[in-house]
Write a protein that binds this ligand. Structure first.
Ligand code: SF4
Length: 324
């Protein structure tokens, strides 16, 4: 019998996390921010109010069903097409993984904007790794990059991150996304470096545009611009997020079926090149190209050209997306 998995995707071979099963807790595209570089496209539901966006029991049932076969995974990662901490049941889902499948590492990718809420911080305390973002602290740069839901301010974001560090015993990998011309001034980078002194992340990951973002004016930072940004964070462990490595098989069963399903689930959440898909899903270029041709013949995908090659994405209903 074919399993229908609505909330799990991958596993993908992630350059940062290894073989990672994704859990997507919110409908496309529900987020407290509307970042100009977002690879999922523009936010259609901009909200800072947590809710049970998908039935918690349904997510837990899918996880139990999939993890019962003890798939080989390096991480179970809350990510996907929006902000996972907006889901009010995330703490209960993490508890189930840690209580029933303690061998798996739990990772939460978050924009950090809800961490000022004590209940949200508490819900994440049993995770192993939290990867929050912090892109700007100046009001103008923050608004220009993040376009937040009402009530979200840089001050609140920083306060939440500092409190999280005081309460969370796991690893915090702070991601800073450089948008050239907006958050790479000396003033802004100095502010971010000062904030890092208070947040005390285990590592800082400096990132830049690598696939189509939601706004066409955003461009990737050059190697020189990234190196300059890095120089502001001396005293910290800093990674510049590099290009994807060579293809490797994930070796883990795919929830919900075959390659066709896995390619669709991946492209629904991030535009990818053939090379990205090969690497993420551990499939040969021939198989990926054949799958893409099948999806194209059914009118399900769009393409766009960037310096890294042709990016494929699933056509979305609803608001028109820019750049993706
Ligand atoms: S990049 Fe993350 S935080 Fe920003 S809009 Fe996209 S999903 Fe939301």
């Amino acid at each position: 019998m074919k399993l229908v998995m609505k909330h799990l995707f991958g596993p993908v071979n992630s350059r940062r996390l290894g073989i990672s099963l994704g859990i997507d807790l919110v409908p496309f595209k529900t987020c407290s921010l509307n970042c100009v570089y977002c690879e999922c496209g523009r936010t259609s539901r901009l909200t800072a109010s947590p809710a049970e966006f998908a039935p918690t029991d349904e997510v837990i049932a899918e996880l139990r069903m999939y993890l019962a076969s003890q798939p080989r995974l390096d991480a179970i990662t809350f990510s996907g097409s929006g902000e996972p901490t907006l889901h009010s049941g995330i703490g209960r889902i993490i508890d189930v993984i840690k209580d029933e499948f303690p061998g798996y590492r739990v990772v939460v990718l978050t924009n950090g904007t809800l961490l000022w809420r004590e209940a949200v911080r508490r819900s994440l305390l049993r995770a192993d790794v939290i990867i929050p973002s912090l892109d700007a602290l100046g009001e103008e740069a923050f608004k220009k990059i993040s376009r937040p839901a009402p009530g979200i301010t840089p001050r609140r974001l920083l306060d939440g991150l500092v409190r999280l560090r005081g309460e969370f015993a796991g690893r915090i990998l702070l991601e800073i996304f450089i948008v050239p011309g907006v958050n790479d001034s000396e003033e802004e980078l100095s502010r971010l470096a000062e904030a890092c002194g208070r947040i005390r992340p285990d590592r800082i990951q400096i990132n830049s545009l690598d696939r189509p973002g939601s706004e066409k004016w955003v461009r990737p930072a050059s190697a020189e611009e990234l190196a300059r940004a890095r120089s502001f964070f001396s005293g910290f462990e800093v990674d510049i997020i590099g290009k994807p490595g060579p293809r490797a098989a994930t070796g883990a069963a795919r929830p919900g079926g075959g390659l066709d399903e896995a390619v669709r689930a991946t492209l629904e959440r991030r535009p990818s090149t053939v090379e990205d898909l090969c690497r993420a899903l551990g499939a040969s270029p021939g198989k990926i190209e054949k799958t893409l041709a099948g999806l194209a013949s059914r009118g399900l995908i769009t393409t766009s050209e960037l310096s890294r090659g042709t990016f494929y994405a699933i056509k979305k209903e609803g608001p028109k997306r820019g750049g993706a």
